[in-house]
Design a protein around this ligand. Structure first.
Ligand SMILES: *Cc1c(COP(=O)(O)O)cnc(C)c1O
Length: 380
């Protein structure tokens, strides 16, 4: 029997990446600017549509950091941040000397709860302190409840910075994630739906924001023959070498979304009838997830007492990587002193949830191996 390690989410090259990387070498554009960076930004903008501009950066985390700076987040400010996420959503708030205000998830999308968001805003306002930004995440590719969040953003005049790091190719009411807020961050880290090995992008319909982001990302150099600076800058621009990988990956992005969704479909067909297993699911036809990671909830009270850990350890014993859902930020030691508005939803998801191998290069045999192990634990 084939017992090769099955990983959660691996890089998956399309074939044309090296051509663009070679071009960078042939023309000696081995610097953090150049034709690949320009073309990758153009390709991303064309794909996302809606007239967005794109700044290609060194990481998704850098995009979030610049996004906060552009929204004027300063020391002492509060930023309303989804708690159920990867730490990279919240860390840049601290880089700015600001404070995260963590918001729980709702049960449909597992993303920022509009109800708790509004409760937090009202509470902040009653204490005389208006938060500077709303930072929802489209977790595992599932779009957040953007109509509700946008309405709250409008009502209280607080801008939205979307963390779309996991959601390139996902759509909400037919518009791509990354085009739904005032600003958005994408990631091209090695495990994301497409990769540049490491990289990110800041997206906005407001071209001023994006031009400012490029300026800040290249050490905030003023127009002068010498090095002149009137602002603090960062070294956050994307390398022209890795942008070549991105150009190649853009050619297969639509295919990668299809492949991840097909994985999800396979798991769903084999497992959704099983008592005690439920899937992270699009709440309606308004939501289109790239299903970056297929995630399930294992409910011990319905699975004959079998837990997420039982399944995870059985998969690991069979040489298959799976992972608990993100541990909410309000439960992380490093963030324990920041406020949280919620009702236990994300804690429950963290206790019972598991991400299954979801890479676009997985074979039917790989997926079947995963399913067989899960069934061997739960169906007794
Ligand atoms: C990957 C990720 C990031 C960070 O992106 P990097 O490119 O790794 O810096 C931010 N937020 C979420 C939700 C992510 O999954």
């Amino acid at each position: 029997m084939n017992n090769q390690r099955i990983w959660l989410s691996l890089a998956h090259m399309g074939g044309e990446e090296q051509k663009y990387v070679q071009e960078a070498f042939d023309t000696n554009w081995v610097v953090p600017m150049g034709p690949n960076v320009d073309a990758f930004e153009q390709d991303l903008g064309d794909y996302l549509g809606r007239g967005v501009s794109v700044a290609a950066l060194s990481a998704g985390t850098a995009a979030l950091h610049l996004g906060l700076i552009l929204l004027g987040v300063e020391p002492g400010d509060g930023v309303l941040c989804q708690s159920f996420t990867f730490s990279a959503s919240a860390n840049p708030i601290i880089y700015q000397g600001a404070a995260p205000i963590f918001i729980d998830s709702e049960k449909d999308t597992w993303n920022m709860s509009p109800e708790h968001l509004e409760r937090a805003i009202k509470d902040c306002l009653s204490k005389g302190k208006k938060p500077k930004a709303i930072l929802p995440v489209h977790l595992y590719g599932m779009p957040a409840k953007m109509d509700e969040i946008s309405a709250i953003s409008k009502k209280y005049d607080i801008p939205v910075l979307e963390d779309a790091a996991e959601a390139l190719g996902s759509r909400y009411k037919n518009n791509f994630c990354g085009t739904l807020g005032n600003l958005a961050a994408l990631s091209f880290n090695g495990n994301k739906i497409i990769t540049t090995s490491g990289g990110g992008a800041l997206i906005s319909k407001n071209d001023d924001y994006v031009r400012k982001a490029r300026f800040l990302a290249t050490q905030a150099r003023d127009a002068a023959p010498h090095y002149q600076h009137s602002q603090i800058g960062y070294n956050y621009r994307m390398s022209n070498v890795v942008a070549g990988i991105g150009r190649g990956q853009m050619k297969v992005l639509a295919q990668r979304v299809e492949q991840r969704r097909a994985n999800n479909d396979f798991y769903r067909k084999q497992l959704s009838e099983i008592e005690g297993i439920t899937f992270h699911t699009e709440p309606s036809s308004n939501y289109y997830s790239n299903y970056w990671l297929t995630s399930i909830i294992i409910e011990p009270s319905k699975s004959g007492g079998k837990t997420r850990e039982d399944v995870r350890l059985a998969l690991d014993a069979a040489n298959i990587e799976s992972r608990p859902l993100w541990k909410p930020m309000h439960l992380q030691p490093v963030f324990q002193n920041y406020p949280f508005y919620g009702d236990g939803t994300s804690e429950d998801l963290f206790d019972k949830g598991l991400c299954l191998p979801s890479g676009s290069s997985l074979t039917k045999e790989d997926l079947q191996r995963v399913v067989d192990v899960i069934l061997s634990v739960i169906e007794v």
